[in-house]
Design a protein around this ligand. Structure first.
Ligand code: 2AM
Length: 184
């Protein structure tokens, strides 16, 4: 099973992101857009794991979340990986408190302790909107015209969820395996 831990995007931030996705879909770009049901901020990707490991991962996620209260966040600007000039993954940035980075670091280190190598790249909080199809490109500066089209809406990250990513013919579906309330 494929697992990752993340924070669901909710409230006004979710509505803004869903509306932005709808406008982006109309661009006709060669992009696989994400489903609006599973919008989330990934904090730790565990990858493909044997089902027997689920319990130990749940335990690590529970432990890492202890003492973290709800996270006051807001949507930030649009961006892309690996860079705006060469976009492959399109996203909305997330502006979060220091406790978000702390939680991500605790998940990272907790994962390391049970055999998951840490991410090489620095943490860049974001919500993925879509992935450019293999062998295709976006029109230069394409994202620029969408940046002004949504509110940098605030939201409260009140849950940490361990999701299973189930691959289907219509793209991945994210099913919560464990939902933890973030209450200090
Ligand atoms: P993303 O938010 O940057 O797209 C499920 O695939 C989630 O796990 C996605 O949200 C994705 O991050 C994240 N993830 C992180 N590293 C990944 C990897 N190497 N392969 C697939 N998904 C990854």
């Amino acid at each position: 099973m494929r697992l990752f831990a993340g924070v669901p995007i909710v409230d006004e931030a979710r509505r803004e992101t869903v509306a932005l996705l709808a406008r982006l879909r109309e661009s006709g770009w060669p992009v696989r857009w994400v489903h609006e049901e599973g919008l989330h901020l990934t904090l730790k990707f565990y990858g493909e794991v044997a089902p027997e490991r689920l319990e130990v991962i749940e335990e690590a996620v529970r432990f890492a979340s202890q003492g973290t209260g709800s996270l006051a966040m807001r949507l930030d600007d649009l961006g892309a990986f690996p860079s705006a000039a060469r976009p492959r993954v399109l996203w909305v940035g997330i502006d979060g408190p220091a406790s978000l980075e702390l939680l991500q670091d605790r998940l990272e280190r907790g994962g390391e302790a049970i055999g998951f190598p840490p991410e090489g790249a620095p943490f860049r909080p974001h919500v993925t909107l879509g992935r450019v199809r293999e062998g295709h490109r976006l029109p230069p500066g394409g994202l620029d015209e969408y940046g002004g089209g949504y509110a940098r809406a605030p939201f409260v990250g009140g849950q940490l969820v361990l999701y299973e990513s189930v691959l289907t013919t219509k793209g991945p579906r994210y099913e919560p395996r464990l939902t933890l309330e973030l209450t200090p």
